[in-house]
Design a protein around this ligand. Structure first.
Ligand SMILES: Cc1ncc(COP(=O)(O)O)c(C=O)c1O
Length: 402
């Protein structure tokens, strides 16, 4: 299988152009952008299979747009209807003034970092993670203390270590993705409560990216905003993962009103407004019944795919150790014969047309993140193709060593 792609861009610079030396390359996004539209089998995604217009039409059950719908700027903060709908999704004392609608949760994270962190601030960041916030923190000149979910601890967050660091270091802010990307682990309500209590004592802000909330395979995690007082917490989220609507580019921030106003004034510079078309569709997708159906769909996909993975993975344990996730539409695997996950993933893509994400993009060398959100009808074949490709690569790489 030979893939036709812009080899020049790929081989010379990986398309990297740094804004300035202090802003690290966003390795994961760049890895995907350069390859995802050429892959034969796409297992690099972390959300559930996106819906089609026909599927959204069926769920909403009314014309998506009337002929006189005007494609204006709309509401730069997000329409009052959408902000109200979002605020009503949480069992917390919040209203539309506590919500800012953004272009994806990535813009939500950007505005959050820009409005809360300045040079020299000491912060704690959970690792491994998606690396957007981490790299932005570096760019801002924050001093980052990493709170690692380690493979040898089955990627559970060591709460004692974290709490001790909060007490000792009194960080300005603590950044956590709950549920976590890429490990698929999440913090229970009790654990969040404990972190919140300690952080409040030393006046740290707790910032949770909750874009994977709703994709817990069993049970539910509460939102941080439902646990902590709004004075000390900020939550970001969006429609790209659990809801299967990444192309709408709708995300949001929940925070105290004065902080929302500050973020809104930065947003005047970044994107001005969310797309009016997306705002309108998102409002209808997040209302009661439609929202429940979307979340049920997402959870159904990952539950079925996790079963498929469980059935198959044992036959391939000579190539990959699988770390089973508790949430999200992805799992972590460790290659058994080599630590060079970048090279293995590049070979899998170039020789077999199968795209997964190398652990290096998460600072997890030797591992890979593999999607679990594809339509279950296709997933078994996709997984088998991936494992068989890895078997061949292992055979060649280990033969070369003899
Ligand atoms: C933890 C996390 N936050 C934010 C994003 C950005 O998502 P979007 O901007 O599509 O909402 C991603 C995407 O993979 C992610 O994994």
């Amino acid at each position: 299988m030979i893939i036709v792609l812009n080899l020049k861009a790929l081989l010379s610079t990986e398309g990297r152009t740094l804004v300035d030396e202090s802003l690290p390359v966003f390795e994961l996004e760049r890895w995907q952008s350069l390859r995802e539209n050429y892959a034969r089998i796409l297992l690099s995604e972390s959300g559930v299979e996106p819906l089609t217009i026909a599927e959204i039409n069926e769920l909403i059950g009314e014309p998506l747009f009337e002929d006189d719908f005007r494609i204006s700027y709309g509401w730069t903060k997000g329409s009052p209807e959408l902000r109200k709908t979002i605020s009503e999704m949480y069992r917390a004392d919040i209203n539309e003034e506590n919500i800012l609608v953004t272009n994806g949760s990535s813009e939500a994270n950007l505005l959050t970092v820009l409005s809360t962190i300045k040079k020299g601030d000491l912060v704690i960041a959970e690792m491994p993670n998606y690396m957007q916030i981490y790299n932005l923190l570096k760019w801002k000149g924050a001093k980052i203390i990493e709170a690692w979910r380690k493979p040898e601890e089955n990627f559970r967050l060591n709460l004692n270590r974290l709490i001790n660091n909060i007490r000792r270091l009194k960080p300005k802010a603590i950044f956590i993705t709950n549920p976590n990307n890429p490990t698929g682990m999440f913090l229970s309500n009790n654990e969040v409560n404990e972190i919140y209590d300690e952080a409040s004592k030393v006046k740290s802000i707790i910032i949770f990216d909750e874009v994977y909330r709703g994709l817990e395979h069993e049970g539910r995690v509460d939102s941080l905003i439902e646990i902590g007082d709004m004075k000390n917490v900020i939550v970001t989220s969006g429609l790209s993962k659990a809801y299967g609507l990444p192309g709408l580019r709708i995300g949001w921030i929940i925070a105290e009103e004065n902080l929302i106003m500050k973020m809104w004034s930065i947003k005047d510079y970044t994107s001005i407004a969310p797309s009016r078309l997306s705002d309108s569709l998102a409002t209808r997708c997040l209302r009661g019944n439609v929202r429940n159906k979307l979340l049920e769909r997402g959870r159904g996909i990952v539950r079925r795919n996790k079963e498929i993975l469980g059935k198959i993975a044992n036959d391939y344990k000579d190539v990959m150790k699988v770390y089973y996730p508790l949430a999200g539409a992805y799992f972590i695997g460790k290659f058994t014969w080599s630590n060079n996950s970048n090279q293995i993933c590049e070979r899998l893509f170039k020789e077999y047309g199968i795209l997964i994400c190398p652990g290096e993009t998460f600072k997890l060398k030797g591992f890979a993140r593999i999607g679990m959100g594809q339509s279950p009808e296709k997933y078994e074949n996709s997984l088998k193709a991936m494992f068989n490709g890895l078997k061949e690569i292992k055979k060649e790489e280990t033969n070369c060593l003899i």
